[in-house]
Write a protein that binds this ligand. Structure first.
Ligand code: BYC
Length: 310
């Protein structure tokens, strides 16, 4: 098997569903494409800790606080697996963070919206992690080995996150009229940004062509978005939440929902730095990155001292 892999060209491996590994020969464009996507994915996990972190001290019970803490810690871990996967492509973590701080690397649109009430923590878990799972399940079969393997573990944890969010929503929908209204308000605000997480329509997605040729993607942005809607609408119905889309309609022929128009102008504004929380998210990240400098330096000094004493 090793001999076959060693003698097989890059595209042959892709065509035969053989993972590409860090030391394999790969075109520069494949490497660059993956660094862009994986680093963007890692930054999303880490920036995504901010809207939830805001609610740790205000969680309504000790149980809710413990669960939220564990979830946020998981997100930090996901960021670390993904930074490590990107590093195998020859970029350092420092460089990725520099690109983020200089606005050269993106992170998911969704984390530029504020978490205004406790119901938002439910909506983030249910809708945001729910959307992330649909996307990431398909990435478990992505062609780059370290990325695919990181996805397997991440998906296991995300499915717990999605349930944590749904439990909060179900609990609130079982509560007072005010609690029900709070839950509905959160869905009204998070639904459309969650649909945007899957990226532009296939016809407007510049990276999809190469991503399919190299099997980085195996499902398109629109296919995954549809899958998410089909899975989520019945969940909303069970607990009495309304999806804020008057054009949402079951299509018998397609055996899938048709949805209303997505506001792509809002998406463009948000991913280009003009969403409600972009500046705040980035200032927070820069501040704590700077404040953590002494920890990184101390770890480095300790490593060097160990080397010298060996
Ligand atoms: N947000 O050609 P396209 C989580 C950009 S975190 C911002 O379709 P592609 C969680 C795209 O970068 C999970 N930008 O691109 C954490 C490109 O611009 P550039 C996050 C977006 O790569 C904490 C342009 O639009 N998941 O679950 O083929 C707490 C054209 O797009 C977005 C991932 O990162 C967006 N949503 O497809 C709770 C998944 N969408 O780079 C939860 C990994 C598009 O040319 N990524 N853009 O300047 C992917 O699967 C793919 O990169 C995408 C986009 C489907 C997102």
């Amino acid at each position: 098997m090793d001999v076959l892999i060693a003698g097989t060209s890059f595209q042959d491996k892709i065509d035969h569903d053989i993972n590409i590994e860090p030391k394999d020969v790969m075109p520069d464009e494949y490497r660059t494409h993956l660094i862009r996507q994986i680093s963007q994915h890692a930054h999303s996990e880490v920036i995504g800790m901010q809207p939830e972190g805001n609610w740790i001290t205000r969680a309504p019970s000790l149980r809710a606080k413990q669960i939220l803490l564990a979830k946020i810690q998981d997100e930090g871990g996901h960021g670390l697996y993904l930074y490590s996967a990107a590093e195998t492509l020859g970029i350092s973590r420092d460089e990725m963070i520099r690109q983020l701080h200089e606005g050269k690397a993106r992170y998911s649109n969704i984390f530029n919206y504020p978490a205004l009430t406790w119901a938002d923590i439910g909506a983030i878990g249910w809708l945001v992690d729910g959307a992330a799972i649909v996307n990431q399940v398909s990435l478990q079969k992505t062609s780059y080995g370290p990325y695919a393997r990181a996805m397997v573990r991440i998906c296991k944890e995300e499915s717990f996150h999605q349930r944590q969010g749904y439990e909060i929503m179900a609990h609130m929908m079982d509560g007072t009229a005010d609690q029900k209204q709070m839950a509905q308000d959160a869905v009204n605000r998070w639904w459309w940004p969650a649909l945007m997480m899957f990226g532009p329509h296939d016809s407007d997605s510049p990276h999809s062509g190469a991503a399919f040729r190299w099997k980085i993607k195996n499902k398109s942005n629109d296919e995954l978005r549809r899958k998410f809607i089909d899975k989520t609408v019945p969940q909303a119905e069970v607990i009495g939440l309304r999806i804020p889309d008057p054009d949402l309609k079951w299509n018998e022929m397609k055996q899938s929902y048709d949805h209303g128009k997505i506001n792509w102008e809002e998406f463009r504004q948000v991913i280009n730095g003009n969403g409600p929380c972009n500046r705040q998210r980035m200032q927070h990240h820069v501040k704590y990155h700077e404040e953590g400098r002494w920890v990184r330096e101390a770890a480095e000094a300790y490593k060097n001292r160990l080397k010298q004493s060996n």
